[in-house]
Design a protein around this ligand. Structure first.
Ligand code: FES
Ligand SMILES: [Fe+2]
Length: 488
């Protein structure tokens, strides 16, 4: 086993040490956690995903400042490419999107493009999407079905299993006098594996298996049976900031109060449980409650009426008429309601009480987030720009739980949106996403630019991180560890 693989393995298991180091520290508990833990009639049985609460100790990762250079220098961008993007598993696409022999998608990560294709032998493979003649981009469309991929420049061709089909006019090549070396000229393959109905690729052929990489968090999420979910929308936003600013912004909720004041009116993100596991991390945001930092904990304001209605049936429903409690405690009512419905809605049976209503946010290093309720999920993916550390891509996937395999209308076309403002997100999601969330995305998107700008200032002395930002510290320390490991 190579040194790098050993070290990755130790990263995956380092959470064990965190807990030993911290076992004697007294833990604080937010009001919402206390309310949740002391709720009436908690469901007492074993679930595949163990409850998150009560929160576990947060490891002591030190208090060093977070330097600004890592967000904008070409040097750091190159180190990340060499140590992270080419060494770790990357979420690529839904397995169900490669239905037929010849179905393909192309997927870009940084400077590379990949061709993921189901061969006529029924096997799905991933290749570098590069013509082996003079290095042109071989397939220049995003998806389709093809038996043969033909390079637009001089017409060299490859079969959909990656093998060379033909060289145009081989008699013009002295090198091929004794025949075309087809084996040498096959498309270079990259590792591909599947989990949760998603295909993941890895440019490092010595990497550990995907399932091992996803670790215990992968096991937690298996309780959702993502294989049976339907991807109903996928859109991309080009943001004017480094990809790590996007990871950082979504990996903490401490910013809700200032940047997204609406969000704390119908959810709690102010002080929430966070956990680290090897290179990955998670947190839990509370839905259908009111943040402890908001004065009015009780009333159903118009915003709360809109955002806290029971949306299980797909529409914007009203708050249940039989509910007479406070806005803050509505989540407890929903948990009891969901539990009472589990004979009709089978998948509730596999969900612990937290999963029934609250919003886990799982981050798989370096760039995939799964955040969902039992009925619907958002998956985020952050990708670096090919050449510019000041830009990144934020991919947004919306999925619905579809245990009965219901047919859905064709998905809207996938586009890359540039710019910002709530209207951009309203256009991207064609009004299916609540305006409040479009506004939140616009706030996050414009904040990317101002962070990118401010981190370059000579006056900036490095980021100061609080305990609610521990996932950021852990994320950047993990990046640094990967860079160190690659040097060895
Ligand atoms: S570069 Fe592709 S055929 Fe020439
Ligand atoms: Fe945000």
């Amino acid at each position: 086993m190579s040194k790098l693989i050993c070290d990755v393995d130790s990263l995956i298991h380092m959470h064990v040490n965190y807990y030993i180091i911290n076992k004697n520290k007294n833990l604080k508990m937010a009001k919402i956690e206390k309310d949740f833990l002391e709720r009436k009639n908690p469901t007492k049985r074993d679930f595949k995903a163990k409850p998150f609460m009560p929160r576990k100790p947060i490891p002591d990762l030190g208090h060093d400042k977070l330097d600004g250079e890592r967000f904008y220098t070409q040097d750091f961008m190159q180190k990340e490419w060499d140590s992270i993007w080419t060494k770790t598993w990357q979420l690529a696409c839904r397995e169900a999107d490669l239905k037929y022999e010849g179905s393909f998608i192309t997927h870009e990560i940084g400077k590379e493009s990949f061709l993921i294709v189901k061969g006529n032998d029924g096997k799905v493979r991933a290749f570098y999407n590069v013509c082996q003649h003079r290095g042109n981009k071989l397939c220049q469309i995003e998806e389709g079905e093809l038996d043969i991929f033909s390079c637009p420049f001089h017409g060299w061709k490859w079969n959909n299993d990656g093998s060379l089909n033909s060289v145009f006019a081989p008699e013009l090549y002295k090198q091929f006098e004794n025949g075309v070396p087809a084996e040498e000229l096959g498309l270079p393959e990259v590792k591909l594996d599947s989990w949760g109905g998603w295909l993941w690729l890895n440019m490092d052929d010595k990497s550990i298996p995907l399932k091992e990489w996803l670790g215990e968090y992968g096991e937690h999420l298996e309780s959702y049976n993502f294989e049976k979910w339907e991807l109903i929308d996928y859109q991309t936003f080009e943001w004017n900031g480094n990809w790590k600013h996007a990871v950082d912004a979504f990996n903490e909720s401490y910013h809700f109060t200032a940047l997204h004041p609406d969000m704390i009116e119908f959810g709690e993100g102010h002080d929430i449980p966070i956990e680290l596991s090897g290179p990955h991390s998670r947190m839990i945001n509370f839905n259908d409650t009111v943040s402890e930092v908001v004065e009015d904990q009780n009333s159903f304001t118009p915003l709360r009426e809109t955002m806290m209605g029971d949306r299980i049936k797909g529409g914007m429903e009203k708050i249940d008429e039989d509910y007479s409690g406070s806005a803050k405690d509505l989540h407890l009512h929903y948990i009891e309601k969901r539990r009472s419905e589990e004979d009709d809605i089978e998948y509730y049976k596999d969900m612990n009480d937290e999963q029934l209503i609250h919003q886990y946010h799982y981050f798989f290093f370096p760039s995939a987030v799964f955040t969902n309720k039992p009925e619907a999920a958002n998956v985020f993916r952050y990708r670096p720009h090919a050449t510019d550390p000041n830009k990144c891509y934020y991919d947004f996937f919306i999925l619905l739980n579809n245990p009965e395999g219901k047919e859905f209308p064709p998905r809207p076309e996938h586009k890359i949106y540039r710019g910002n403002g709530p209207e951009l997100y309203e256009e991207a999601f064609r009004g299916t996403f609540p305006p409040v969330f479009c506004n939140v995305l616009a706030q996050d998107g414009s904040n990317m630019e101002t962070m990118q700008w401010g981190n370059k200032s000579d006056s900036f002395k490095g980021g100061i991180l609080c305990e609610q930002e521990i996932r950021l510290r852990h994320f950047h320390q993990t990046i640094d560890k990967f860079i160190e490991m690659t040097k060895k």
